[in-house]
Design a binder for this molecule. Structure first.
Ligand code: AHM
Ligand code: MG
Length: 335
């Protein structure tokens, strides 16, 4: 990788003035995420070397086994973001309730809240498949000077100030948006710096990849079943290619680069889908839209959904615009 490329640190400073809300605080916050991502990356990469793999024994709020690296990533992100006194609150997919940063932010002067899925796709860790971190940043809606409240977290995706992910893959990348396009940075592990490797990332308008857990086929709504049949039919560019890693960040990342659609619909086992609106769907939807893609629950724009609870789940269809439009057509026709 060329040494002349801009580092993430330089990029954050240079683009500070283009943030929707220009402030040094958002830059510091993004820098903290960058730091935590490096620490977690180090740990994820040595997962195969030390006896760190396997369930801790805890069960998280979703009723899933928590693995050691989930706990580690959760702790690291929380520690890094709270100790630096730049946010007023944080909510994590791994925590039952939001965390108010009262001890550091005594007078409640900080204006940002962060929502995070510290290690998404963690069932992939013990088979050496990519996992990721997803983050989402909002400005609080309650007055500065008062303690942070649940309503500061229950905001529509449309209100996001920044969002992004880290993919711990063949190389580690941090991809984020502050509402002015999407840029991707690759970690040079020898130096420990992220470099701008993928400027202005965009979904191709159309694609030929569909990503869905087809094992759930019989449980899917009619519209999704019909769409899958459409993907498999022989006509023009079809049949499409099926690619499903089972790690949202990696599936999204590939589809953004190559053109494709990711689907996690509702079914009788998951009546509202599996993915969480606040920790997974909204940040990915913001990135998708900023990269000329689209995100929907089959009928409604993800970022227009009014959240009612922290761990709310929604059906999620996200990717190349024309492909998501097509899924919506099939859903509408099967109504
Ligand atoms: P997690 O937050 O418990 O890791 O679950 C989210 C993950 C996504 O990364 C992935 O796309 C999906 O769950 C896979 O689910 P399934 O195994 O049901 O296909
Ligand atoms: Mg997750």
């Amino acid at each position: 990788m060329s040494q002349q490329k801009q580092t993430l640190g330089e990029f954050i400073i240079e683009n500070q003035t283009s943030f929707k809300y220009s402030s040094g605080e958002l830059s510091s916050l993004l820098n903290s995420i960058r730091l935590a991502a490096k620490v977690v990356n180090h740990e994820v990469n040595k997962a195969g070397l030390v006896d760190i793999i396997g369930a801790v024994g805890d069960t998280n709020i979703q009723g899933e086994d928590q693995q050691k690296l989930d706990v580690y990533a959760n702790d690291k992100f929380i520690q890094t973001l709270t100790r630096r006194n730049i946010i007023c609150g944080l909510a994590s997919e791994e925590e039952d309730d939001f965390i108010a940063i009262n001890s550091q932010d005594e007078n409640h002067q900080n204006k940002y809240v962060v929502l995070i899925d510290p290690l998404d796709g963690s069932s992939n860790i013990d088979v050496n498949v990519s996992v990721g971190t997803i983050f989402s940043i909002y400005r609080r809606v309650t007055p500065i000077g008062t303690p942070v409240q649940l309503e500061d977290f229950l905001q529509k995706g449309n209100e996001q100030v920044a969002a992004g992910y880290v993919v711990y893959g063949t190389s580690t990348m941090l991809v984020y948006t502050t509402g002015d396009g999407v840029n991707g940075f690759t970690l040079n592990p020898a130096i420990g710096s992220f470099y701008l490797s993928h400027p202005s990332m965009e979904f191709p308008e159309d694609g030929t990849i569909y990503s869905v857990n087809e094992g759930n086929y019989f449980d899917f709504p009619k519209g999704i079943k019909n769409y899958i049949k459409y993907c498999q039919a022989e006509e023009g560019e079809r049949p499409y290619t099926s690619r499903y890693i089972g790690s949202l960040v990696s599936d999204f990342h590939r589809n953004m680069i190559k053109g494709g659609v990711y689907l996690y619909p509702q079914g009788s086992r998951n009546p509202n889908g599996k993915l969480r609106l606040l920790y997974e769907c909204n940040p990915m939807a913001f990135l998708a839209e900023q990269a000329n893609g689209k995100a929907s629950d089959g009928f409604t724009r993800i970022m227009d959904i009014e959240p009612t609870e922290l761990h709310q789940r929604v059906p999620f269809i996200c990717g190349s615009k024309n492909m998501v439009d097509k899924v919506e057509e099939f859903m509408e026709d099967a109504k």
